[in-house]
Design a protein around this ligand. Structure first.
Ligand SMILES: [Zn+2]
Length: 322
């Protein structure tokens, strides 16, 4: 990989020469439904243990949504738009009411809206993720709020999310993944100012890690680039539901193989509720293919530490005095 190619892939941002070992695969799991947390995560932990791989889990720290957040952020403010709101790029299309009622069912939706339950109350499952050697980072406080937010609301969301994590684990996490891919300079500046060290990004064309060209330059960005369609759909879900094919696992494994051939590594994602329950058997086949080909499954936390170590040692060897 030449520096020139890296620079191009990261656009205006500063490319980071990746200390990513050839054949690395990163698996990101978003936990943004209570059913996914309570029933999907235990399945995933067993499955990952069986295949000897570590994943990065990004959990909502508050709850999915409640009637007030839904009315304000997903209905009212989408009709009465304002330049003060930060809009999620894919908030309009994939999260429409029809797709939500189809995948959740009315019973679960009514429970979410009127009886929201904090994910942090299922602390045993969250702790289990860490105890079994995986990364646990964060994915917002109230998931449904991540569209049409003002900057102040976004700051309050980030603070509530980090406070809840600190309350459980005595520290803040290293990483973050934005609900609905609501990623922009403002989000990144707020995260960087609170001590988040990296973000796992769907809304980017890059296929290599990079540092932001903005004031949040201290943060690292890890693209999740094995995804489907413009609206950032996880491949197994895409090939099972949006564009059904006979062998969703085979198609997903092929995308991972292609990424490794072209870029040396692959990063993909899934939802605890979907791949941890509905598409569990497809995920099992994909993990089998990953093991068969001898790819090494790493977390973003491990890649972050590797890159920081590499940067530290190269600034020492070049004798940087300034
Ligand atoms: Zn999410």
């Amino acid at each position: 990989m030449t520096a020139e190619r890296l620079q191009t892939s990261a656009g205006n941002n500063v490319a980071v020469v990746p200390s990513i070992e050839e054949g690395t695969v990163v698996l990101r799991v978003d936990i943004d439904s209570l059913v996914g947390l309570r029933f999907g995560v235990p399945h995933l932990l067993d499955l990952f243990e069986h295949y000897g791989c570590k994943a990065c889990f990004y959990s909502v720290m508050g709850w999915e949504g409640d009637i007030f957040s839904v009315l304000r952020h997903r209905i009212w403010r989408r009709i009465f738009r304002s330049p003060h709101y930060l809009y999620a790029r894919d908030g309009e299309s994939t999260q429409n009411a029809r797709s939500i009622t189809r995948s959740y069912g009315w019973g679960e939706i009514l429970r979410m809206l009127f009886f929201p339950r904090k994910f942090s109350r299922d602390v045993n499952i969250l702790k289990d993720i860490i105890e079994r050697g995986h990364e646990l980072s964060v994915h917002g406080y109230i998931h449904v709020k991540w569209n049409c937010m003002t900057q102040q609301e976004l700051e309050r969301e980030v603070d509530a999310m980090l406070q809840a994590y600190r309350h459980l684990f005595g520290k803040i996490p290293l990483g973050f993944a934005a609900p609905l891919a609501l990623e922009n300079d403002i989000t990144h500046q707020i995260l960087a100012s609170r001590g988040i060290r990296y973000t796992s990004v769907l809304a980017t064309e890059s296929v290599y890690p990079y540092r932001g060209a903005t004031r949040s330059g201290g943060m690292l960005y890890f693209p999740v680039f094995v995804r489907c369609a413009e609206h950032y759909i996880p491949p197994i879900e895409y090939f099972s539901r949006f564009h059904p094919v006979e062998d969703p696992a085979g198609e997903t494994a092929k995308l991972i193989d292609d990424a490794i051939d072209k870029f040396g590594w692959a990063s993909t994602f899934m939802h605890a509720r979907n791949e941890g329950i509905t598409y569990l058997s497809s995920l099992k086949q994909v993990l089998g293919s990953i093991r068969e080909r001898g790819y090494k499954v790493r977390t973003f936390e491990e890649l972050y530490n590797g890159i920081v170590r590499q940067e530290d040692s190269s600034s020492l060897t070049t004798g940087e005095m300034a």
